[in-house]
Design a protein around this ligand. Structure first.
Ligand SMILES: [Zn+2]
Length: 255
């Protein structure tokens, strides 16, 4: 599938065609707004060209600009799971379902929240990440998913499906195109491999479920993984790295 990646401060947004319009996948942090506008303009796309915004999950670095986007273009239909819809009302990254960060040693050394930012950016921040965002209340023209759908069934002219790939969060979904390209959000990542991430994103809610989602992505025929953090990689690497991170290597939030 032909996609355009918008590289923001830590997040990759993706765009793909819907006839004459574009579908945007994720938004980046609220603080990324100017960068987002610049990258979109560089790609030759206007906000008015965007018909749908698909959110892979509710996190602040994926949904941070949703309020601003629909204020600028109210015709955008936000596509999200019913769980994402609920979590966006909270205004804070969900920690109520547990979870922790890959790589216990470094997390202990520098502290949980600063560690999170370090892993995302490669820079050690002076202050902790606040993990908050402006709450978003779904509107009438948004599309709320409670099960798997084909893109054409929700009015998007592209061949592929959206299905649940939980583990990073309870609400994570992936988009798999029929040609094997898979937009995974944070269901897999290519970042900071030197610290032993093995294609996991740094925060995982449920590691067993995370790998279960990898199995699903592979069994459905994914060939290329297009992650929200890091560069595109072959789906074969998920097979290779399956299970390499163990529960003992994860520091739980609050511990
Ligand atoms: Zn996330």
């Amino acid at each position: 599938m032909e996609t355009i990646a918008l590289r923001l401060s830590v997040t990759n947004d993706y765009l793909f065609r819907n006839g004459d319009s574009w579908v945007l996948v994720d938004t980046g942090y609220a603080e990324d707004r100017e960068l987002f506008e610049r990258r979109l303009a560089d790609a030759g796309i206007a906000l008015s060209d965007i018909s749908h915004l698909i959110l892979t999950h509710h996190h602040d670095d994926h949904a941070g600009l949703v309020n601003w986007l629909v204020a600028r273009n109210p015709h955008i239909a936000v596509v999200m799971s019913d769980l994402t819809k609920e979590l966006l009302l909270v205004g804070h990254n969900d920690l109520s379902h547990g979870g922790g960060l890959i790589n216990r040693k470094i997390a202990r050394l520098i502290g949980f929240k600063r560690f999170g930012v370090f892993f995302k950016t490669g820079k050690l921040p002076k202050k902790e990440a606040n993990l908050s965002f402006e709450p978003y209340a779904a509107r009438e023209n948004d599309i709320i998913l409670s099960c798997e759908v084909r893109l054409r069934d929700i009015g998007i002219e592209a061949d592929g499906a959206i299905f649940a790939t939980p583990g990073h969060t309870v609400d994570s979904v992936s988009i798999l195109f029929d040609d094997g390209d898979c937009l995974v959000g944070d269901a897999a990542a290519a970042m900071l491999s030197f610290a032993g991430t093995y294609h996991c994103v740094i925060f995982v809610m449920d590691l067993a479920q995370y790998y279960e989602s990898w199995r699903l992505i592979l069994s459905r025929g994914a060939k290329r993984i297009l992650p929200a953090h890091g560069k595109v990689f072959s789906a074969g690497l998920l097979e290779r790295d399956m299970g390499k991170n163990r529960q003992e290597g994860i520091v739980q939030y609050g511990s």
